[in-house]
Design a protein around this ligand. Structure first.
Ligand code: OAD
Length: 247
């Protein structure tokens, strides 16, 4: 897929850029996307029915073990060239924000720093009752493990269906989007709110919207540039075209 020269020129001179990423950015690292059929042991479960507080209350062991499986997938995975390209982009743009719906921490592992995590991070847990964040826990005593402070059950520190997003993250995301001139939506199906509204907010704020995704999404119609294909190939190409001498 050809990268439009006009986009390359725009990116080269851009001062304020926001990137929104979704599970597609980690697909080439071997982490299954949310709406992809699950494989193996977990094939008969629908992620959307496991990622809720009600599912956890009904069967805490099942939900904990599903997340433990996802954590092990992420631990075995490595950032792909798309993640590294976004870390490079951050170094070239004066005002840059990477808003991610991903909970896998692969952007951090690729060297990105200016990250706004909208949906939490699977590597952390928090107390189901008191919401205290717990960074380390004993995996093998109770399933789910217990909060060291109150004895309540630990759950992953991610946003489940029906829950609110962390308010500071959401506020930071809106602030960045309202001031950007170029907005990329990459590897997200654009069906989960409020992240799904960010491309429209960017457009309203006067930004040029770019979509990178092998498939169309509900936000495609907002984009001035639509680049169809895998982000692990297209993002390194975009960076190489824009800054040919950047190592
Ligand atoms: P989805 O699984 O809904 O969508 C993944 C998107 O990535 C699709 O649009 C694919 O076409 C695209 N894709 C697949 N392979 C790709 C590749 N190699 N390069 C680029 N794009 C590719 O994942 P999200 O949009 O991230 O929320 O899902 C949003 C939220 O829904 C998740 O954060 C999660 C889920 O419920 C919570 O857990 C709160």
């Amino acid at each position: 897929m050809e990268i439009p020269s006009a986009l390359v020129d725009k990116l080269r001179s851009a001062q304020r850029v926001v990137v929104l990423t979704g599970a597609g950015v980690s697909a080439e690292s071997g982490v299954p996307t949310f709406r992809q059929a699950q494989t193996g042991l977990w094939a008969r479960y629908d992620p959307q029915s496991l990622a809720t507080a009600a599912a956890f209350t009904a069967n805490p062991r099942l939900v904990w073990e599903w997340y433990a499986w996802r954590r092990s997938l992420v631990a075995q995975a490595a950032p792909n060239p798309g993640h590294y390209a976004l870390a490079k982009l951050e170094q070239r743009i004066p005002e840059f924000s990477l808003i991610t719906q991903n909970v896998d921490g692969l952007h951090q592992r690729a060297g990105s720093h200016k990250i706004i995590e909208l949906h939490g991070n699977i590597q952390r847990t928090k107390c189901f009752d008191e919401h205290t964040v717990i960074e380390t826990w004993q995996e093998h005593t109770d399933v789910p493990p217990r909060c060291p402070h109150c004895g309540g059950m630990l759950r992953p520190d991610v946003v489940w269906f029906g829950e609110s997003l962390p308010p500071e993250a959401l506020e930071a995301a809106w602030e960045a989007v309202e001031h950007c001139e170029l907005f990329f939506t990459i590897g997200t199906s654009g069906v989960v709110e409020p992240a799904a509204s960010l491309p429209n907010l960017a457009l309203q704020a006067g930004a040029v919207v770019v979509e990178i995704n092998p498939q169309p999404t509900p936000q495609t119609r907002l984009a001035s540039y639509i680049i169809r294909g895998p982000s692990g190939v297209l993002l390194p190409e975009l960076i190489a075209r824009t800054w040919p001498n950047f190592p």
